[in-house]
Design a protein around this ligand. Structure first.
Ligand code: HEC
Length: 143
């Protein structure tokens, strides 16, 4: 799946492996420092984790600030400029739509939040598989 989407824009084997490498979070050694997008993503992870706690404890939900943060992904400069394809934009729009749906959803926030995390993973499968294991930890396991 990831290969299929990626192959629309660049050869699957060699270059996708490169993207994957630059996305290995745990071992990342970037001589130019972390990209604007990487720093933004790190903050998104922390904020998503806080929203998760709010939903689990039934004390709140997603905020306007979080949605604004997601909108900043469109313009943020990545480590690897080849990720900025129409697919990347489409994946991010799907994530933003899900975030807005979650904000309006008062009934099933757990399901809505897990859908949001699924949208993070969709993009990562195509552009940056490294952090997927970590992102999966955001999923709320229903009791
Ligand atoms: C539109 C595609 C896309 C979406 C949607 C997306 N990501 Fe990312 N993510 C990336 C890319 C590309 C990188 C690599 C950034 C770089 O190195 O410049 C990244 C990097 C990361 C990283 C590693 C940052 C680091 O420390 O270097 C984490 C963690 C992360 N994303 C979490 C998330 C979470 C949580 C969500 C959902 C709320 C999400 N991502 C949604 C594309 C996406």
């Amino acid at each position: 799946m990831g290969c299929f989407l990626a192959s629309l824009f660049f050869a699957c084997n060699s270059e996708e492996a490169q993207v994957e490498e630059s996305c290995e979070v745990e071992t990342v050694v970037n001589p130019n420092g972390d990209s604007e997008l990487a720093l933004l993503m790190r903050q998104m992870y922390l904020d998503a984790d806080s929203i998760k706690q709010l939903i689990v404890s039934n004390e709140g939900t997603i905020s306007d600030e979080f949605i604004t943060e997601l909108q900043r992904v469109h313009a943020a400069i990545p480590t690897d400029s080849t990720v900025k394809t129409p697919e990347f934009k489409a994946f991010n729009d799907l994530l933003i739509n899900q975030a807005k749906a979650l904000q309006e959803n008062t009934k099933d926030r757990v399901e809505g939040f897990n859908q949001l995390v699924a949208r993070c993973i969709d993009c990562h499968q195509s552009f940056c598989p490294g952090p997927i294991k970590r992102i999966k930890k955001l999923i709320i396991i229903p009791i």
